[in-house]
Structures are given as structure tokens and as C-alpha cells.
Design a protein around this ligand. Structure first.
Ligand SMILES: Cc1cc2nc3c(=O)[nH]c(=O)nc-3n(C[C@H](O)[C@H](O)[C@H](O)COP(=O)(O)O)c2cc1C
Length: 182
């Protein structure tokens, strides 16, 4: 199994930079996936807010099952990520069409996506209807330490994306502010 479980306290580090993610769900065993760029880490647990609504089949499944997985794809998957976000699971089996490998999660029925760098198993703990915000708590985090490609993509919002470049280390400046485990 390429994804190895890691300390959930590292979960937020995969999202703080705001990568485009793939949110997988399971509706009575039928897997689906959607693309999400509107999400935000709310604390170190991590709790995560995601902006979506009933126009997405995935949203309806999340409301019913109270579960999903946030998968973090890297740059070689970007075209697939976009294609996943322009078709509905009500029309096609996106796991089959896009050749995604579903792996079993531990806490949720939704699958981990083997091709991704990381995957956060999440429980839906609230829904703020007024703002279309789904509030999630990640209960387990998985990471593929063997995946060479680590660059994630960031949606600009106009159909264009930026891709991670150099990593700059200011850890020594922030040491006192960082929680244990990251
Ligand atoms: C780059 C990209 C980013 C997206 N971000 C969001 C988002 O943040 N929230 C949302 O509700 N939909 C977003 N979408 C649209 C959904 O992914 C899209 O409606 C998807 O087809 C829903 O699939 P489903 O009906 O199978 O759930 C995005 C699409 C793309 C291509």
C-alpha cells in the first residue's frame, strides 16, 4: 500500500498552502470524486472548512454519510483534476473514467486515492447553510513517502493554476509558534 498513515497533527501542513484537492465520497459503496479549491484550514486538529453546495452530487453524499476523504494531488494529475471538476458523478463513474485507484480508509467508507500525495479522512461535523460551508474534522492522515513528485497546484480562479516552486525554510524563526508533531 503506497500511502502510509502518519501523525494527524501533520494534516494541516498539506492544506495550509491551499492546494486544489480531490474530495472522494462513497454512496452505499459507489465511489465518487469532485475537485475543490475553496477550502481553508481552521486549526491544527485539523478542522477544515469547504465551500460547496447541493448542486454537487458529492455534497449530497457528504450530507447523507457525514464522511469524505480530502486527497491531495500533485502536478502530473492536474489535467485529470480539472476534468473531474467539470463532470458529475451522476453521469459517469469518475474512478473508472479517470483511472483512479481506490484504497480502503480506516474511519470512513470514502476511499483514499492511491495516486495522490496525501489523503485526510474526514467527518462532517457541521454545515453552515447560510454560507455553504461544510465543516470537517480530519481523523486520520495518510502520506505517500515514496512519491517523488511533491508539487501541488493552486487554483487562481480563472482556469489557470500555479504550481509549487522552491521551498523556503523559515522554520527557525517560527519554532516557538509551531505545534508538536509537524
Ligand atoms: C479547478 C476546480 C475547482 C473547483 N472548486 C470547487 C469548489 O471549491 N467548490 C465547489 O462546490 N465546486 C468546485 N468545483 C466544481 C466541482 O468539482 C464540480 O461541480 C464537480 O463536477 C462536482 O461533481 P459531483 O457532482 O460528482 O459531485 C471546482 C471545479 C474545478 C475544475
Amino acid at each position: 500500500m503506497p500511502l502510509q498513515e502518519i501523525d494527524r497533527r501533520r494534516g494541516f501542513t498539506f492544506l495550509e498552502s491551499g492546494p486544489v484537492v480531490l474530495v472522494s465520497t462513497s454512496d452505499r459503496g459507489r465511489y465518487n470524486v469532485m475537485t475543490i479549491s475553496w477550502h481553508m484550514v481552521m486549526d491544527f486538529t485539523p478542522h477544515i472548512a469547504m465551500a460547496t453546495g447541493p448542486w454537487n452530487h458529492s455534497f449530497r453524499t457528504m450530507m447523507k454519510t457525514k464522511q469524505c476523504v480530502i486527497n491531495v494531488p500533485t502536478v502530473e494529475l492536474l489535467e485529470t483534476v480539472v476534468r473531474i471538476g467539470i463532470v458529475s458523478g451522476t453521469e459517469v463513474d469518475k474512478f473508472a473514467r479517470f483511472h483512479l485507484t481506490a484504497l480502503p480508509a480506516r474511519d470512513v467508507q470514502a476511499p483514499l486515492i492511491a495516486e495522490c500525495l496525501a489523503a485526510l479522512e474526514c467527518t462532517v461535523i457541521d454545515y453552515v447553510e447560510k454560507h455553504g460551508l461544510v465543516i470537517l474534522e480530519a481523523t486520520r492522515v495518510w502520506y505517500n513517502p515514496w512519491k517523488k513528485e511533491k508539487r501541488v497546484c493552486h487554483a487562481i480562479g480563472n482556469g489557470r493554476f500555479s504550481v509549487d516552486g522552491a521551498t523556503i525554510d523559515y522554520r527557525s524563526l517560527m519554532e516557538e509558534k509551531l505545534p508538536d508533531g509537524v
